[in-house]
Design a protein around this ligand. Sequence first.
Ligand code: IPM
Ligand code: MN
Length: 358
Amino acid sequence: MGKDKTYKIAVIPGDGIGPEIVNEGLKVIEATAEKYNFSIDTVTYDFGGDRYLKTGEALPDSAIKELKQFDAIYLGAIGHPEVKPGILEKGILLRIRFELDQYINLRPIKLYPGVWHPLKNKGPEEIDYVVVRENTEGVYSGTGGVFKKGTQDEIATQLDINTRKGVERCIKYAFQYAVKRNKTKTLTVVDKANVLTYSGDLWRRTAKEINVGFPDIKLNFAFVDATCMWMIKNPEWFDVVVTNNLFGDIITDLAAMTQGGLGIAAGGNINPDGVSMFEPIHGSAPKYTGKNVICPIATISAGAMMLETLGEEAAAKTIEKAIIKATGEGHIKSLEAGKMGMSTSEAGDFLAKLVKEI
Ligand code: IPM
Ligand code: MN
């Protein structure tokens, strides 16, 4: 019998431990595909540090056009110890985010049962929210420059670009997400409007205007510094958080620790009308390369997000259930490298098996 649907997935394993974790992610996706009667058709791209060192280019010119032909992109990790910081990040990751107009960076913060985390008296009930990070503007825009470099008069500017269009589409997505989540129906705009008054005003005004179309959603505002405190002290206050690119980058690393760390935190770079890219939020961890010790759950979870976005919600849910069973019943002992109680590939096998059994 033929499969209901075939999804074309571009796979970018990337650097360091990237290939190892992507293998396990694909293993689990394949297991769900079989169960839910769809298939995936993958094309693997070798973008990353090794290719850059060989060819001198981070992405070939044809890459962007090619990537636009897929249903989704599955990314491992980018970052190579022999390549200067910034080249691969900007040349691969940010370039794909920008050129494919993946204007949302979606980061679910969810503590699963059995996962060690540092917040006392807070459990899975309290730590369950989503950060919607603007993903194509802000200080990441790359605008600005240097003047009189290397002299005592050197000036460096890095402009914080906030466009009405960019802010509006991001906030609208966040409102829609709060409706879809249907949890406490609260959207918190995180900013620094007490100092960054121009951009803060644009974000707050835009949010209030859009709120008119979403009367059931309660709109809150919070400063980013205070948000860092509350994410630790009262994470249960959050349902959907929306913020700019840099604040989102910073607070999601903090938030990731409260859900058990980078071994589990996943993200989606979403273009709701185009091609989206899914990745674990951790880096390429060069010192663990080839050791088969890294926890693949973040990448597996990113795979679930990818399937959900493709419309395979039941498959995504099943992967999440498998992760909850693996951590909640203590099969995976820790998310730290080398401490899982099994190897990277065994963890992938185990989750693929759970997916079939659930
Ligand atoms: C992330 C990463 C990237 C970012 C880096 C690698 C450019 O930290 O996805 O959070 O800053 O966006
Ligand atoms: Mn980051």
